[in-house]
Design a protein around this ligand. Structure first.
Ligand code: SF4
Ligand code: SF4
Length: 295
């Protein structure tokens, strides 16, 4: 049965991709989905070979039909996003697609057309198939693109006979995160022992629970603030969130990224052993959850 595990965090830079790429290295028979489409970086570690590029169409945007336009200027005045910089000239980055210009145009000289907002990549890497994407600058609605990445990851599982999707989720609690979380079997939240780390953890867990998914937590750089680490451990215990493990601060985590490797691929060291134990716990729990759901 297909299993989906998502790694998320309350904010960027907490070690989410370090853990997700390590899981991708340690797991078998999987497809990797980089759902952090606003700042994807899994491809930097995996150095994949892109096999297919698919255009991602975002929301519709306004376009002037020049032959019809009488240059009256009404649309310029009515666009509250200042996207019509000059008569006939619509700035696609500024256009929010609200359609007001189309409504006010007296001669129906504006049409709303779908525009490409990003690209989706189907790639092969040394860890296995990687599905990733890039949202063009200024484009929004990355939640939809995240859903597309996940959809293609599942299709790839089917075509390549894989049974696991490792998802590197976006940070935060917004729409892209809910798109990355929904329908998964297990969520691993990476947090750091800071005051904001605890608050972020609380918020992310709340979102995860709304989708009836089991939350677990990993404390990264736990030894930089033992007092905060204890608070996170207490919070996890009181809220029945399984603590998968604690990762110490270690320069090798950064060195591995610089060397374009996951930690366990980079070094046979204590840090790798800790991450392996975390993965084993996570995978065992993932299997339990999937078995229960299929029972
Ligand atoms: S669709 Fe909305 S944002 Fe875009 S140009 Fe027209 S009025 Fe401006
Ligand atoms: S409102 Fe219509 S006719 Fe007037 S400038 Fe805009 S596009 Fe042209």
């Amino acid at each position: 049965m297909l299993k989906e595990l998502v790694v998320v965090s309350g904010k960027g830079g907490t070690g989410k991709t370090t853990l997700a790429s390590s899981f991708a290295y340690l797991s078998e028979n999987k497809v990797i989905a980089d759902c952090d489409v606003d700042a994807s970086d899994m491809h930097l570690i995996l150095q994949p070979e892109i096999k297919q590029v698919k255009p991602y169409t975002g929301r519709k945007k306004a376009k002037v039909i020049e032959e019809e336009c009488t240059l009256c200027g009404i649309c310029v005045d009515e666009c509250r996003f200042d996207a019509i910089t000059d008569i006939n000239q619509i700035n696609p980055i500024k256009c929010e697609g609200c359609g007001v210009c189309k409504i006010v145009c007296p001669v129906d000289a504006i049409e709303m057309v779908p525009t490409q907002a990003g690209e989706l990549y189907l790639s092969e890497s040394r860890y296995g198939p990687l599905i990733h994407a890039r949202l063009f600058p200024g484009e929004e609605n990355s939640g939809q693109l995240v859903s597309l990445v996940r959809q293609f990851a599942k299709i790839t599982c089917g075509t390549k006979n894989k049974d696991l999707v490792i998802i590197d989720g976006p940070p935060g609690t917004g729409c892209p995160v809910t798109s990355a979380i929904t329908g998964t079997n297990l969520a691993v939240v990476v947090t750091e022992p800071t005051l904001s780390g605890i608050h972020d953890l609380e918020r992310v867990v709340e979102v995860i629970r709304q989708f009836k998914i089991k939350p677990t937590v990993v404390i990264n750089k736990y030894d930089i603030n033992p007092e905060m680490t204890e608070k996170i451990e207490n919070f996890a215990r009181e809220n029945e969130i399984l603590l998968l493990g604690k990762i110490p601060f270690d320069e090798r985590a950064v060195e591995s990224v610089v060397d374009r490797k996951s930690v366990p691929e980079y070094c046979d060291c204590e840090l790798s052993e800790i991450i392996k134990e975390i993965w084993e716990k996570a995978f065992s729990l993932l299997r339990e959850v999937v078995d229960e759901s299929g029972a």
